[in-house]
Write a protein that binds this ligand. Structure first.
Ligand code: COA
Length: 525
């Protein structure tokens, strides 16, 4: 079915084409600051950030990169990935959070999205007790953006607060310093439990030579002021001096190898079995026109072990599919939209969440939702009260929650299905996802109707038509998944076929956690 916008027929491209576009964006973001800066970086004997990560991780193990398209489309597209690579990888058999500056992107300095990405990585690390490995190459706050980076609670200072708190909580904080680290950049290693510095390129100074000159009129070169030898042999800021980056990465592996049990991942309670139905078929099954209905059980069957799904209450509130399954051997309770949410579906969802909570089964939310049902009949049936029960159950579930936007994520549907505000451990989107309070069509209707009412019928139809056009354009732009991921409303856009593996990795991280097992009744709300 075609979507119409101002009489023009817009048919969204098929999922396969959207996936190609996604791959293109990922490939471009991975080039960092581009060829010229790469050449300059390498001519200094430095290794590119992603290669550093590859060299650090255990061979043949996956790296779950987070928000690779942060800052996409912002700052004239000059800050790919927000200048930082974050993600979870295995080092010496331990799952670790890697937080690595890309010095080819504005000297690894921090924009608002860089801070947000850094904070988000730390939040995930803290929640899962993952050692944090900082690969530091960082010019501190990007000064033209300082008001969006420096002063507020969730700005740069928050990253250091997190480091101190995690260290105190026994979550190792380890820095390997590759390049010039000034001001905020200097505090990343300075607040770490253990620091390695690379001779010749690694530098730490609270104020670099230009700041020193401006503040106290002292003329000094960077190496004398904050070089690796000075800091390891004289100031003691650094604990280990290494000759080059390869030696530094080996030292970091050695340190992680001696960390004890932290970061060790718990094996699944049963062996993982691939789905009977091929996940590659998702590309043909899922329509990108969100108004075209399809059966979400077809998606579940291509995501879970053995395609085995034990549906809960399948004949009641059927627009919300609920049931039990395994992903990569880990048990999960799945809630997936199969149409608009009615009161019955909301109440069933709340009941199911309580069951999973009582049985300590993590929850997976597959969102494709226009919202809860509206209208007189729905309101008289108490949709506000019943939908609130779902939101209440989502908010209070003690088991880990994971959300994937596999289609639309609109209005209160986003809340009931564990949107970002409800603290899922991870939230990923598919490239066909749309996220907004409402769709462009509905928003244009609402806004123009409100204008008509306030003008009491004396409206200028041309002005209203312009308002309609502007509102549609605004909602089209802002509900785009790239708009969302650029602003870190999710942890990244993933391909549908990768979803099962991504969720498997996420589930593995929480599998060994001690759970709150205090008694809790199931209310059958
Ligand atoms: N604020 C604004 N821009 C910065 C920056 C910062 N903190 N750090 C680096 N940049 C910019 C540079 O101006 C340059 O921009 P351009 O490519 O548009 O000209 C780009 O990032 C690369 O910097 P450059 O100095 O060429 O790279 P380098 O690899 O030789 O050195 C640093 C990297 C980080 C050591 C060096 O840029 C530096 O010392 N920056 C200033 C650090 C500072 O004083 N921070 C205080 C923050 S409170």
């Amino acid at each position: 079915m075609a979507r119409t916008d101002q009489g023009i027929s817009i048919t969204p491209p098929p999922l396969a084409a959207m996936i190609e576009t996604l791959r293109g964006h990922h490939a471009l973001a991975a080039t960092g600051g581009g060829e010229k800066l790469r050449a300059r970086h390498e001519s200094r004997g430095k290794i590119m950030v992603r290669e550093r990560i590859d060299l650090l991780l255990d061979p043949q193990t996956p790296f779950l990169e987070l928000s690779p398209l942060a800052a996409h489309g912002l700052y004239g597209n000059e800050v790919p990935g927000a200048g930082i690579v974050t993600g979870i990888g295995i080092v010496e058999g331990r799952a670790c959070m890697l937080i690595a500056n890309d010095a080819t992107v504005k000297g690894g300095s921090f924009f608002a999205e860089t801070v947000k990405k850094h904070l988000r990585a730390q939040e995930i690390a803290e929640e899962h007790r993952l050692p944090c490995l900082y690969l530091v190459d960082c010019g501190g706050a990007f000064l033209p953006e300082q008001d969006r980076v420096f002063p507020d609670r969730d700005h740069f200072g928050g990253t250091f607060y997190n480091q101190c708190r995690m260290s105190a909580a026994g979550i190792p904080q380890i820095s390997l310093v590759f390049g010039g680290c000034t001001a905020g950049g200097a505090y990343i290693p300075a607040l770490s439990d253990q620091v390695i510095m690379v001779k010749g390129t690694g530098r730490i100074h609270l104020g670099g030579p230009p700041i020193v000159k401006a503040a106290i009129h002292e003329i000094v070169d960077g190496e004398t002021l904050g070089g690796a030898e000075m800091h390891t042999l004289v100031s003691g800021v650094s604990d280990h001096l290494v000759e080059n980056e390869m030696e530094g990465l080996a030292k970091l592996r050695e340190i992680v190898g001696a960390l004890g049990e932290i970061g060790k991942v718990t094996a699944p309670p049963r062996p993982a079995t691939p789905p009977k139905l091929d996940p590659a078929e998702l590309v043909d099954i899922v329509p990108t026109d969100l108004r075209r209905p399809y059966d979400v059980r077809e998606v579940i069957a291509r995501m879970v072990d053995d395609s085995a799904f034990s549906a809960f209450k399948p004949d009641y509130g059927a627009t919300l599919v609920t049931g039990f399954a395994h992903i990569h051997g880990y048990p999960v309770g799945i809630l997936a939209n199969n149409g608009v949410l009615f009161s019955e579906a909301a109440v069933k969802g709340a009941h199911f969440i309580e069951l999973c909570d009582q049985r300590q089964i993590p929850l997976i939310f597959l969102q494709n939702i226009t919202g809860f049902m509206v209208g007189t009949e729905a309101e008289r049936g108490g949709i506000a009260k019943h939908s609130a029960k779902l939101v209440y159950a989502v908010s209070n579930a003690r088991v880990p929650k994971y959300t994937v936007l596999i289609g639309g994520s609109y209005g209160a549907g986003n809340y009931g299905m564990c949107g970002r505000g409800f603290r899922p451990r991870f939230l990923f989107s598919w490239p066909n996802a749309r996220i907004a309070t409402m769709s462009p069509e509905v928003a244009a209707t609402v806004v123009t109707e409100l204008r008509r009412q306030s003008l009491k019928g004396a409206g200028d139809e041309a002005a209203i038509a312009e308002l309609d056009r502007r509102t549609r354009a605004q909602f089209e732009e802002q509900s785009d998944p790239y708009y969302a991921t650029a602003r870190l409303w999710d942890d990244g856009i993933i391909e549908p076929t990768q979803t099962r593996d991504v969720l498997g990795l996420c589930l593995a991280l929480s599998a060994g956690e001690a759970r709150d097992t205090g008694p809790r009744p199931v209310y059958r709300m």
